[in-house]
Ligand binder design. Structure first.
Ligand code: AMP
Length: 304
């Protein structure tokens, strides 16, 4: 069974301590689907403006990504402008222009309503709710969000969380959403909404997962020497995680492994701007880094 993702397709202007790009292809749905396409088929639900050139995402079609639910509307594509200082874990937003997303009401095509995996990438929570409503009965739904939506539509973000199995959220955002500094307490507040897995992205410090039984799983990030741009790392992580998970029988058994695959994909994303690095990857690159990752994470402690 394939994956459906709703999220942004965007043009990004980004500055990091290591360089700058203008009008780079971005958006939460783009990063997610690029990563997930290494594992399974993906359908993107999004909208773009008349300034969008589909040739730029032709490579996705070649990788079994269904683009039929990307609407084209008169107007401009979503635009985001942001920067990072030396704390690459925190994006600073300078401008958000929703443009054609401002009044987008998706109508999903019949052929994707039965898919089993749904990822609600960072986008207007009302749009996320509309997609949940249209899907027939997905076996696994995960949702992400961002400070912009917590600032502007917190009640709707909370409503989304009551309808999903997993929430992927970064450290600053879970603190903002719950008003709690302590991550365990903050995760508990989201679990109390009925979520089974809270997956907290901590940038270069890795990922912390707490489930509804208060079981904890923690992994570092893959340690890199060269990082250019963390944009999209969170969505790429989710794409790798859900992509891998969607090929497995049992979520409970394979969630930890899928978090490591997500971390591997995110580590590739940050090595260059936009999706440049992800586009050139092969399945064997991913396997190689996955195997290296799990071997160096071995603690090597013996209880004698
Ligand atoms: P990430 O770094 O994983 O949080 O995702 C970055 C991507 O999210 C960028 O490519 C942006 O275009 C996109 N983005 C930024 N702000 C928003 C927003 N308010 N809603 C949806 N997507 C956004």
């Amino acid at each position: 069974m394939g994956i459906v993702v709703v999220g942004s397709l965007a043009f990004d202007n980004i500055k990091t301590p290591f360089g700058e790009v203008k009008n780079a292809l971005g958006g939460s749905a783009l990063y997610f689907s690029t990563a997930a396409s290494f594992f399974n088929s993906v359908s993107i639900v999004a909208v773009v403006g008349s300034d969008f050139n589909f040739d730029e995402i032709k490579f996705l079609e070649d990788k079994n990504v269904n683009l039929k639910n990307i609407s084209v509307k008169a107007g401009d594509t979503f635009r985001w402008k942001g920067y990072y200082d030396f704390n690459l874990n925190e994006a600073h937003t300078l401008e958000t222009h929703l443009n054609v997303f401002a009044d987008f009401k998706p109508e999903l095509t019949e052929d994707i309503l039965d898919e089993d995996y749904l990822f609600l990438a960072n986008i207007d929570p009302e749009l996320q709710l509309s997609v949940i409503q249209q899907m027939k009965n997905p076996g696994f739904i995960a949702a992400d969000t961002m400070n912009y939506w917590i600032d502007n539509k917190k009640d709707k973000v909370a409503e989304v969380f009551t309808k999903v199995d997993a929430v992927t959220i970064n450290e600053a955002e879970i603190r903002q959403f719950t008003g709690e500094f302590n991550l365990k307490v903050a995760a508990k507040k989201i679990l109390d909404l009925g979520v089974e897995y809270v997956i907290i992205k901590r940038g270069e410090y890795g990922v912390l997962m707490i489930d509804k039984y208060q079981r904890v799983f923690f992994t570092p990030a893959y340690l890199l020497e060269t990082i250019f741009d963390p944009t999209g790392a969170g969505d790429t992580f989710a794409g790798g995680m859900i992509g891998y998970l969607s090929t497995r029988e049992n979520i409970e058994n394979d969630l930890r492994k899928s978090i490591v695959y997500g971390s591997v994909m995110a580590s590739y994303d940050v090595e260059n701007f936009s999706i440049k690095r992800l586009k050139e990857l092969s399945a064997s690159d991913i396997e190689k880094r996955y195997n290296h990752f799990i071997s160096y994470c071995e603690l090597g402690i013996k209880n004698v």
